[in-house]
Design a protein around this ligand. Sequence first.
Ligand code: KIV
Ligand code: NA
Length: 270
Amino acid sequence: GKRMTVPGLKGRKVDGRTEQPIVMLTAYTMRMAQLLDPHCEMLLVGDSLGQVIYGLPSTVPVTLDMMCNHGAAVVRGSWHALVAVDMPFGSYEASPEQAFASAARVMKETGCAAVKLEGGEAMAPTVRFLTERGIPVIGHVGLTPQAVNSLGGYGARGRSEAEAAKIKADAIAVAQAGAFSVVLEGVMEELATEITRAIPVPSIGIGASAECDGQVLVTEDMLGLFERTPRFVKRYDDLASRIGAAVETYAQEVKARSFPTADQTYRPKN
Ligand code: KIV
Ligand code: NA
């Protein structure tokens, strides 16, 4: 079939309602993209790859090179989902012009259909600049991990009335500036509900309740492949322990010379 488009995705929300919630997951590699693609409307090449793939302490050190390389792999491994690539910290905040140059490079080098960037009211002019020049943008408000050094951690946002009002204004600002969907991360259910009603485009929640128009998770988190357990992660499998068990068996068999057997050995046919 044909790949999901930005208008197609946006059109999933009609009269402020999304009948069937939008399914989104992160992917960083070709093979994982192939496995997720049939089930997802959107694949996100998240800058969470900094921690998950590169072992970095946060997303702050992630580079445009990393995002371009992994973005291209995910586009090659998918055919159905809309692929969006995160703009890494430092590649878009200085000016709309800087953001355009970075986002254009990401689109040219990866073939992705959209970029995602963190920030609300302060980033709205940048969102408008990009969307008016052919670069579809997903917003990201609430808990914005690139701001960890300002926020002081990864706790839920919007617990105070003032903070909730600010996050709502942020979501509305990026939606009005042309974002075709908005990720809400780590916010109270009541706030997620209010924002979802207030914006005309789909809200995609991560730790933002079932009231959102769609959901996203870090794939390695939901598969139990990465040691990190925020409240909002549901583990659908425990792949880390399954990989551990398989590798333990391999190690035992190598040491016992019971692998390889004749089945895995080249010998003259007769
Ligand atoms: O980097 C990421 O993986 C993300 C989300 C999970 C929304 O931004
Ligand atoms: Na991200």
